[in-house]
Design a protein around this ligand. Sequence first.
Ligand code: SF4
Length: 389
Amino acid sequence: MNAKTIAVKWHELFSRYAEDLYPGRYTLTTCFELAEKGLEIKRLAKEKGSFIAVHNYLYPEFHEIADKVGDSLGLSFTVREACAKRIDFESVFFMGATAKIIVGDSAKVFTADHSSILGCSLVFGTDYQWIENWKKNNPEGILITYINSDVYTKSISHFISTSRNTDKIIAYAAKLYPDRKILVLPDKFLGFVMKTRAIEILKNEGMNINQDLIDIYQYFKGEYRAACYVHAEIGPDAAEIAMLENNDAELIIHPECGCASSCLYKLQTGEIPNAKAYFLSTEQMVEHARNSHAKKFIVATEKGMVYRLRKEIPGKEFIPISEKAECRFMKANTFDKLLRSLMEDRLEIVLCDDCCDPKHPYEDEQVIHIQKSVARKSKEAIDKMLTIV
Ligand code: SF4
């Protein structure tokens, strides 16, 4: 296909599935420019043996040039199986870093911009000093760290968890270490929902644990408030309002959402019926929407996910919970940056022996380092999670 044909196809696709998400962004002229760049990206990727992994939350044009679209951990395992020489990981930096610690030196992994630009409020909000103090006060304490975190925090954690399994990991750790404190970090909304669900799991197994043994990281570090800022801004009442406006819809909600805690409370009190709201990871949202009898869904997560759902499941209706649910870090990825990365082989994520500060590794215009020992310990924590759930 040439650029003109692709532009017409994309214009039709984006007008149908993304006009309300990104009003005015996709004119035919813009689609033509994107199509030309997209063709050049695919040509270079083929020449360099690159696999392009794209996170759900990126702009629709990235979904169209991807070898695979998905969530952070799912993509990391996909790229390991792909056995490509090079991986262009289009998301935020910590996700590319997770992919690198999983694939090791079997492939080169590239990110399209610096870690300060392709950042994350969960990473910026993690305070090492606060964690060290917690560990000092709880020398036997167990750290459970959500996968959306920096490599150093992963490396000092006992378990890594995901939005699919944090509740099961907490329950597992509580059974294994019944008298030891547990800290769940770095997202307070996910932490609260998962703590509540872990206690339910334990109760169903006949165990009553002291709830005070499970701490949730809630430290405010400047503007960062122990939360994904995108999900936090969705607000506590958003789900209820959206459900009132769409009483025939199901709510599919990411546990990081600002409305997650109040939604969970309302589910427990029966204010929201159980059969109407589901806490799901982004991959689970696709599975659930495909298999559910419902025809309409309110999607409570970053709105990039709505484009994927509409495109993959065209017979059903997907409504973003908020037009503002957009991650500026994810959306800092552009075709121009990816083209530059492919042309100049920048910025490669490299495992190195020389960095002396594991918390602040070396970064320049060509490479971003991860200390090898830090990568090894992080991978051990991820592997441990995989043996449990
Ligand atoms: S959506 Fe939230 S968790 Fe994901 S990268 Fe953006 S700020 Fe971080």
